[in-house]
Ligand binder design. Sequence first.
Ligand code: ADP
Ligand code: NI
Length: 222
Amino acid sequence: TDLVDLGAMEHIINATVKFVKKELEGAEGGHDWWHIHRVWQRSKLIAQKEKADLLVVELGALLHDIADAKFHDGNEEIGPVKAVAFMQTQNIPAGTIKHVENIIRHISFKGGNNAREFYSPELGIVQDADRLDALGAIGIARAFNYGGFKNRPLYDPAIKPRLQMTREEYKASTAPTINHFYEKLLLLKDRMNTATGKALAEEKHAFMETFLEKFYEEWEGA
Ligand code: ADP
Ligand code: NI
């Protein structure tokens, strides 16, 4: 296996933190360094309970969002290519670089967990940590910040949730941010990979349901 001693690992992680902070200067509030920081810390927490290569977990967490395709005209290559180029400047074993690249390429939500082309316990951990950041109080803040960034309405009682729309109707609509809860956020708790992730997700899910109840109550002027 690819062994890296603790001193070398600390050096690599410090250099990576510095690189990622620089890459994310000026990023949207839900996808900035602090998102990475939360995912990194939470990945380490989950990894304590799982058998995993910690260097792969930490690098995966730190490098998973340095160039999200959403903010780069849908280009999905920039992120992994930049991450690999950075890792090659460090003393990181080739097998570790490949594994981290695979994590970055396969962490995203698209299609849930269907037909996974790649899976490893390390991907499972980082993916859970990333998904958990879309839930709970932080998840709510991130969703509305992204909606604001896209100039979307908070809610529109006349717009049906996506699942009730045809594809054409959906493409033509500017879906309000509330719809995102039904399209994605409320589905995440059933897609966790690890037991720790699942437990954390249940709690954050319940909080979002309470939030939505209050939201509709207050919408009517209550
Ligand atoms: P992933 O990186 O796992 O593919 P996303 O980048 O889609 O996930 O989601 C990251 C964050 O951006 C989440 O907090 C999510 O709620 C928010 N987000 C993504 N798309 C939307 C949207 N259409 N409306 C509101 N928030 C969104
Ligand atoms: Ni992320």
